[in-house]
Design a protein around this ligand. Structure first.
Ligand SMILES: [Fe+2]
Ligand SMILES: [Fe+2]
Length: 274
């Protein structure tokens, strides 16, 4: 059972780290990399939030939500995952690896990486939240360890709720900007492609520097880690729900959606398989 407070939010205190089945996870290096890289990317969310808040300056509803809900929730994802990693792998120097990661990652989070208009950026945010929701659902299914499954499920639910907000904002901007389906499709496709992205590879490299310094420069080892992570996630994906979320901003007629379903499903598999 998931506990939430009266606002629907949950806190790290709701997680019972004493219930972690250490014997099921401690020796699982792939799981370590999955949990740790997620903790890095989530903990770096404030870099993105700043950019987004600047981008939507003057739109009080959006900036307020980003500041009061979205950012604290993303950062909590980072803190909760970090606490999990520290609990299961106490010898790993999380701080040191994260600082090293941030040094490189900060360079990826530039305003010019945002979509050309506010409405298109909203559709791109829908894609990102779809990607993270799908990813955490797969992580929850991929593990036999109950506390991680619980944490990943809570995060996935938050990501779906983020999606819903971005989608609502998207509809408002689409009206205002008169966005056509084709432009939205272009943005959605581009951002879906970018999900594959540097983020995870960047995290893996910096985790390896601290976790396995003797192999941190070994390209084969790094590829092997990325491959194992990708396979773990892709085996547990359920692309159907993700597809529905991805397609919604396009508002395509039913038959067109059905025709696109299969190629997009294949594409989603490739995105996560690397
Ligand atoms: Fe998140
Ligand atoms: Fe999110």
């Amino acid at each position: 059972m998931q506990a939430c407070n009266e606002t629907g939010r949950w806190n790290i205190e709701d997680l019972d780290f004493s219930r972690i089945a250490l014997d099921r996870v401690r020796s699982d290096e792939t799981h370590f990399y999955l949990a740790c890289s997620a903790s890095f990317i989530e903990s770096g969310s404030d870099l993105y939030t700043r950019n987004l808040i600047d981008f939507y300056e003057g739109d009080g509803e959006v900036t307020r939500w980003l500041r009061e809900h979205w950012e604290p929730e993303e950062l909590q994802h980072g803190r909760a995952l970090q606490a999990y990693v520290r609990h299961v792998w106490p010898a790993f120097d999380w701080e040191r690896a994260f600082r090293s990661f941030l040094g490189e990652y900060a360079g990826y989070c530039k305003v010019e990486l945002l979509a050309p208009t506010r409405g298109l950026e909203m559709s791109a945010r829908c894609v990102v939240e779809t990607g993270t929701a799908t990813y955490y659902r797969a992580l929850a299914r991929s593990t036999q360890e109950p506390v991680f499954a619980d944490l990943a499920t809570r995060i996935a639910n938050d990501e779906v709720s983020h999606y819903k907000h971005f989608y609502r904002f998207f509809r408002r901007y689409r009206e205002a900007e008169g966005l056509g389906r084709l432009r939205v499709l272009g943005t959605v496709a581009r951002r879906t492609w970018e999900l594959k992205s540097e983020d995870a590879d960047c995290a893996i490299r910096h985790i390896a520097k601290v976790h396995a310094p003797e192999r941190a420069e070994d390209a084969r080892y790094l590829r092997d880690v990325a491959g194992r992570m990708g396979r773990t996630v892709s085996r547990h994906l359920s692309p159907g729900a993700a597809l529905k979320m991805l397609m919604r901003p396009l508002e395509l007629p039913g038959p067109v959606q059905a025709a696109l379903q299969f190629p997009i499903e294949l594409f989603m598999q490739r995105v996560f398989l690397k």
